[in-house]
Design a protein around this ligand. Structure first.
Ligand code: ZN
Length: 145
């Protein structure tokens, strides 16, 4: 499914890592023996794992709301199961025609998180909006690696 999406290869690679719980979140880094803080880069409130970063962080929630997708995301917030299970359930809710948009937004949240980490810029939401609400073409992804 992911490999047939019309998104740049780096987003497909990102999805592969995300669905396998291999993104370098602080939780995953600590699991690999990296000494780092465990709190979320964006909000500094909770353990930064995939579930928090993309679903529970106040910045992610604000972002989903700003993209008018909160109505689709919100019912899954209290779901039990792994992050991958929940993401695939959300993807089914989005429908095949919207898969690319959904993964582009996940990618944008990740880019905003990294921008926040490296620049200490508190405009994570603004950055994410800029990334995802532009065109869903190759051009908007060029600034995030
Ligand atoms: Zn957070």
């Amino acid at each position: 499914m992911i490999w047939s999406l019309h998104v740049p290869p780096k987003i497909k690679y990102f999805c592969r890592k995300l669905f396998r719980n291999c993104l370098p979140t602080r939780f995953n880094l600590q699991g690999r023996g990296v000494h780092c803080q465990s709190a979320c880069v964006a909000c500094n409130n909770d353990l930064e794992d995939e579930m928090h970063l993309f679903m529970h962080c106040k910045f992610a929630i604000d972002y989903w709301k700003a993209t008018n997708l909160w109505g689709i995301i919100a019912p899954y917030m209290a779901s039990s199961g792994s992050f991958s299970f929940i993401i695939f359930a959300i993807l089914r809710a989005f429908g095949v025609e919207n898969y690319a948009r959904f993964v582009a937004i996940l990618w944008s949240i990740r880019c905003a998180r990294n921008a926040f980490l490296w620049s200490k810029n508190h405009s994570m939401q603004t950055h994410a909006l800029f990334e995802a609400e532009g065109k869903f073409g190759v051009g908007i992804y060029s600034n995030c690696s």
